[in-house]
Each structure stands twice: as C-alpha cells, then as structure tokens.
Design a protein around this ligand. Sequence first.
Ligand code: GAP
Length: 452
Amino acid sequence: MEKIIALCKRRGFIYPGSEIYGGLANTYDYGPAGAELLRNLRNLWWDNFVHKRDDIVGLDASVISHQEVWRASGHTSGFADAMIDCKNCKYRMRADHLIEEKTKEKAEGKSIGELEEIIENNPKITCPNCGKHDWTNVRKFNLLFPVNLGIVEGDQSLAYLRGETAQGMFINFKNVVDSSRVRLPFGIAQLGKSFRNEITPGNSVFRTLEFEQGEIEYFFDPEISNWEKLFADWKKLMWDFITKKLGINEENLRWREHDEKERSFYSKKTEDLEYKFPFGFKELWGIAYRTNYDLTQHGKFSNKDLSITDPQTNKKIVPHVIEPAVGINRMLLMILADSYIEEKERIVLKLNPKLAPYKAAVFPLLANKPELVEKAKKIYHDLRKNIVTVFDGRGNIGKRYFAQDEIGTPFCITVDFETLENDTVTVRDRDTMKQERVKIEDLISLIVKKIG
Ligand code: GAP
C-alpha cells in the first residue's frame, strides 16, 4: 500500500487533502493523472450502464437534500457506526474495525453489546496509536453530515449532504416516470458525490468523507419479474464489468453474502463483490434487494402517491428495486493496485489502455535538437486532436520511459533523426517494451486500433 500511495503522489494521481495546511484526515485530491483516470472510469461506467442499455436512464440529483428525505429513508436514526475511544490517548476508531484489525475476525454488523464484550475480554485488542488496552464504552455515531442553510440556525434550516446517491433516484422516481418513456422493469442510474462522517485509518481513498458513487436502482414488479433471477443477472453484469471492461484479475475477486446482522435495515438480501486489496479482501461493489421499502417510506412521509400502473398487469404497484452500488474512488484504488507491477528495472502500471490517463506520449530523442523538438511538437499537436496525448522533452529518454511506465501510458512515440529523413517514428509498447517503426500518417489508426 505504501508503494502505491508513493507512486500516486509522485506521478500526480492522488494527493492528501489540504496538504499545505497539515492535511485533513480522510480527504484526498486528485492530480492531473488521477483526474483523467477518474474521468475515464466514470465514462466507462456510464457508457456501459446507461448509454448501452435501453432500459436504464440517467439522473443527476442535488447533493444537498431536505431533512425529511433522510428521516423517511431511515438514515437519521439507523445510519450509524459504533465508535470507541482510547481513554489514554483519545484515539477514536470504529469498534468493528478495531476488532477486525487485531483479531482478523469479521465484526461488522455486531451489536454494541457484542462489540463491547469482545473488546473487554480480549487484552490483545490494544490501541493502534498508543498500545494501551483502556477503552471507553462503544457508542453509536451517525454518519450523515448536517448542513444549515441560510442564516438561521436550528431545526428549520437543517438539511443533509446526501449519504448515498440512491435517495435521489427514489425521490425523483415519479418525475422520471412522468417525463421519460421508461416502462417496468427499468433502472435509474446516477454518478455523484456522497458524504459520510467516517472515522477510519489510512488506506488512501478506500474510505473517505467525500466519495463518488455509481448507483443503479432497478425497478420491477415482483409479480412479473423474479427478484432472485434479477439479482443473479445483475451479479453477472457487475462481474463482467470488472473483469472484462476494467480487466481486473479474477483471482483477486470474490462474492460474500451479508448475514442478517450485517445487512442494512432496508435490505432483504445483500452481497458484496470483494477485491483483494493490499490490506485484504474488502467490499468493492454491493448489490442489495431493497424491496419497495424506500418508495413506500417516501410515499408515507411526503403524502404523495408514488405508485404506478404496471401496463403488463394493469395493477397499481409500488415497484421493488435491485440496487448495485459501487464507489468510483474505491474502484480507482482497485485498478491502481491491480495494475501495479514491479519489474527488475522499472515500476509499471499495466492499466487497461481505455482507462490510462494518457494514451500516448511523444518525445524528441534529444531535447537540445530544435529540429527534433519541432517535429515532435507537430506530431503531438496532431495526435491530441483525436487521442489524449502528452509531450515530454525533459531529461533523457530513459527517464521519460520510466515516468510514462509509472503513469501507465500505453504508447511512447519517439522522434529521432530517421524521422527527419522518412517521416517514421518509433512506437514503444508499455507492457512488452518492444519498439516498432511506424509511418507518422498511420499513427492515429494504429493507436486507436490497439486501444480497442
Ligand atoms: N445505496 C447503497 C449504499 O450506499 P454502501 O455499501 O454503503 O451502499 C456503496 O456503499 C459503495 O460505495 C461501497 O461498496 C463502496 O464502494 C462505496 N463507499 C461506501 N462508503 C465509502 C466511503 N466512505 N469512501 C469511499 N467509498 C465508499
């Protein structure tokens, strides 16, 4: 993990948040390479689950929402983590994470009483900060971020930053039905920021206060569609996206079902697609059968009729949902971890070319030969009309290859003296390090073909 974090900083993927002021725990900023990678990832997700499907439409709902949204959904009362503090050094952490870190046993979903009993009876569960076994009681801590709107403080002006994008889909369910041509079964998809007041140690962007989610609410009539089949179909779609579209190694993935204690209050069945991060197998993408809990709750709290008529049965129903929900930043961390390779003489990010921040880099062989620099710049300007390309004229060619390998750039194009004679360049493949000589006029089609 340290090596990946160092590479992320060195090559402009991820920086600690507010770093020049000493940092702000659990916040991160994305640098030039990270911003491109995030954008590519979002676009791939959106293309796959919205543009390529007839039955799913997109939504972009507000991050700030009415307090009633979160009362109706149950988040103001039920969306809480169990926290514990070290009496000696005041270090605070999630009680289940503390147990998991110290005993390697799963503790998520256990009750407060169970967590307290485990910690009390196990002197090995010491503070990761000071090493003492001197803990407070376990207390629940709500994860929603309250915000006060306008200048009046107090309950009237209270709103929340959304804790999941999902609620945007439920509260706009009727709007989408009335303003588009969707028919059951159909999905509403959303990509956007969510906020949770998490207390969590390290592991970069795995768990942060502010993160982006890609969620789909797939609405259906349980009398017509079998939820178990839909659940299984969605699991396959998720698996295929991760292995085929992103190119993640299958042996680093597994499914894990939540037991009754761990499952969220709204779910009848939940499974996590877990990835083997450098710190162990952890949730990447969850899928839940939320029944029609949310629409029913919003119907009650808003006093609005959120039922629709299913044209297949002519019956009025409040549809049920299957919800695949993934964290885009967590997916980015998985991609970095999965593609990070140390070879004898270099570190290389073997990113799927579709995700790579830059598809090509163009260099003059020698930085002090104006005729090479000029030719290389011309090629760079032509290429970037079609392909995201960088120009690098610093240092020596070996250093430039080294840097681009660490960023994951699939193709490096070098302009040398032969270029000036016959308009050909060398194209170096990131993974094999093999070079081929190519006519400049064929460059774009060659790279586009290789990216696939
Ligand atoms: N609507 C359901 C829902 O939000 P979740 O399991 O709490 O379910 C879905 O979140 C996904 O969002 C997780 O699988 C994870 O990838 C991501 N996620 C959740 N909390 C996160 C955090 N604090 N930081 C980064 N990603 C997070």
